[in-house]
Each structure stands twice: as C-alpha cells, then as structure tokens.
Write a protein that binds this ligand. Structure first.
Ligand SMILES: [Zn+2]
Ligand SMILES: [Zn+2]
Length: 368
C-alpha cells in the first residue's frame, strides 16, 4: 500500500474534497501510474452534480496522463518510466472489442461507470478504516496523484510530448475529432455543422478541417467560444441567441449540412441539428442529455435520407487514435493548447466553477 492524494466527489452539494487514501499495488494485469495531470471533462461535473446519476462517493477524472511507476507481472508491453494517456477500460474479447470498438464493449458500464473492478473490489481504500472507495472511474479515477490502471486502458505516447497537456486526448479530443473522422467520415468538400463549442465541439471543428470540409459552421451562444471555433478552422460562427440557426445553415450551405455534430445534449438543439441537414444528411448525437429525454422528430424530414446516430468516444480505438491525435498536435493540426487552462489539484472546485461560467474551455489539473 502507498498513501496517495485524491479529490473525492461525495454529494452534489459538497465541493470536491482533497483527501488521502491508501492505494494497492498493481495486480498482474494492471499498472501503477503517477498522474501528472488530468483534464476535467463535462461528464465529471455531471456525475458530481448527479445530473448523470452514477454512484458516489467516487474519485472521478478520466482524462489522465502520467508516468508508469510499476508494472503488473502479466503485463509485457509497458515498462517503468513509460509516458501514458489513459482512456476507458474494456474486456478485450467481446465482439465489439474484437472489432476495435472498445467503447461499445459488453462490459463498458461495469468496467467504467461503477467505480469498481469487475470483481467488485477497488484499488483505493480509506486510510482510517480501510473501507474501499470507488477508484476505477473510466479505468482510471485520475483526479489523484496516483492510480491503479488496467493495462488495456493505458496508451503509450512519445516522451518528448508535453505530458501535462496530453490527458484530454483520451476523452474530449477523441470524442470530437473521432466523431467526425471515424463515425461521420465526411468526403472532402462537404458541409459540417457543429452545435456547441466546448472541447468536444472544437475538436469536431478541427476534425472537419482535417477531413477537408468545405464549410464548417460552429454554433454557440458564447462569443469567446465562437471566436475560438473560428481560430481552429470554422468557416462561419452563428450566435443562436441572435440568429435563426437552421435558416442560416440552410442558406450558407445552399440546401443543408451533410453532417451535424450535436455536443450540447439539449433536446431543442438536437432538433436544430437534425433540421439543418440536407438530403441526405447525418446528425451525430454526442452531448449527453439528462436521462429520459425524448425527442419529437419530423419523420417526413427523416425520410429523405437523413438520420441521427449516437456516438460514444468518437467510435475510436484509443490505442491507435490517441497516438494519431498526438501526432496531429505535434504537427500543429490539433491546436487544443489554445483553450486549455491549468489549475493545481487543490483548485479543483475553482476550476469547475470557472468551467461552469464559461470562462475556461478545458481545465487541466496538475498533480502535486
Ligand atoms: Zn469525458
Ligand atoms: Zn469487450
């Protein structure tokens, strides 16, 4: 056992609290990772607030990057000192895992959202009474100085990359860029509309630029986010508080978008993301709406070759996609450092508050 420091989420009302816990050594198929930094993703905040109802208390965080400090006896492909980014855990043998779609793994929920290992244990324990605490969120629980990570959830990246910046490649960047590049696959010259310009939406804008889209239309009510979208590749930005969004997209694309990416999780916005499609057209639903949300869709409109599909984590296999994104960043083609702001771990509540007010797009926590 070693003593570590982590930010634990207990109730929606109480702030994250920084506490010490005992961490087990790695099992044969696990790694001990010293976390260098972790992005804060909107999902972490939604779980903390319980708008996404997962069990608490739990150590959240799922955009961690760090250094391998110990390697389980059965792990052959990692060494102490490797630099890694963490993504979610998966079983490795179900049909979806075999098809390189680990985020649709049959065991996705058990392995990533319960906070426990599949045998119901946790590597994390309270110091005073040794009771287990949920410490396996998305395979990592990275709001912590150290984590025990299943080897399948770790992705090695080159050591000359800035490790503290790389964590968001494991979720936000994969989700946005992957939705365009893997799930929608626009042909060059197409028209893409992106609703919501947080990290995922901005990554979708950058993905659309990489795919050679002719027009990339970014929609967000916050002016600074529209400006950021324009700076990373959007060709037009629309303020939904000022303009009729659907009308402007239909006009700007001379008939409708080929693809739309919905990142807000708001039902009315999703209807706009469908209504703006041309014939044919596909909307990727990425934003997580509150549980039970229903959508009244015009079936006539859908009938003309239009559709909507839910996309998880950009339909990516992170073992190949994260190193690809890292290479794109190195080449200046995924400039997400422009919208990152760093905080220390003990500033986590300030980082969440700043994010909620729209003052920061991607907060990253540095570990002590
Ligand atoms: Zn996330
Ligand atoms: Zn699987």
């Amino acid at each position: 056992m070693r003593t570590i420091t982590a930010a634990v989420a207990t109730t929606p009302e109480r702030p994250f609290s920084i506490e010490q816990f005992d961490l087990e050594p790695p099992r044969p198929d696990e790694l001990l990772v010293r976390i260098v930094a972790s992005g804060i993703c909107h999902t972490d905040i939604s779980v903390k607030n319980q708008s996404v109802k997962l069990p608490l208390p739990m150590v959240l965080g799922h955009e961690g990057s760090g250094v391998v400090e110990a390697v389980g006896s059965a792990v052959k492909h990692f060494q102490v000192g490797d630099h890694v980014v963490m993504a979610g855990d998966s079983c490795g043998h179900c049909n979806k895992c075999q098809q390189s779609l680990p985020f649709y793994c049959d065991e996705f929920v058990t392995r990533n959202l319960t906070g426990w290992r599949t045998d119901g244990s946790s590597p994390l324990h309270q110091c005073h009474d040794h009771q287990p605490l949920r410490g396996r969120f998305v395979g990592q629980s990275s709001f912590a100085t150290h984590s025990i990570v299943p080897a399948r959830a770790a992705i090695r990246i080159p050591k000359d990359l800035p490790l503290e910046l790389m964590g968001p490649l494991g979720c936000g960047l994969t989700t946005g860029a992957g939705t365009v590049l893997n799930a929608l696959r626009p042909t060059p010259g197409g028209h893409v509309a992106v609703f919501g310009c947080g990290t995922v939406g901005l990554a979708a804008v950058m993905g659309a630029r990489l795919a050679g889209a002719q027009s990339i239309i970014a929609i967000d009510p916050v002016a600074s986010r529209r400006d950021m979208a324009l700076s990373v590749g959007a060709t037009l930005a629309i303020d939904p508080m000022q303009d009729d969004v659907v009308d402007r997209i239909l006009h700007a694309t001379a008939g409708g978008a080929d693809f739309s990416v919905e990142c807000s999780g708001v039902a009315e916005v999703t209807l706009q993301a469908i209504a703006c499609l041309g014939r044919p057209g596909m909307c990727a639903q990425v934003g997580a709406p509150p549980g039970g949300t229903k959508l009244p869709i015009d079936m006539d409109h859908l009938g003309f070759g239009r559709g909507i599909k839910g996309v998880v984590m950009g339909d990516a296999n992170p073992q190949t996609f994260v190193p690809y994104l890292a290479a794109l960043w190195r080449g200046g083609r995924l400039p997400f450092e422009r919208f990152v702001k760093y905080y220390e771990l003990n500033q986590i509540n300030e980082a969440v508050a700043d994010s909620g007010r729209g003052e920061v797009i991607k907060p990253i926590l540095r570990m002590p």
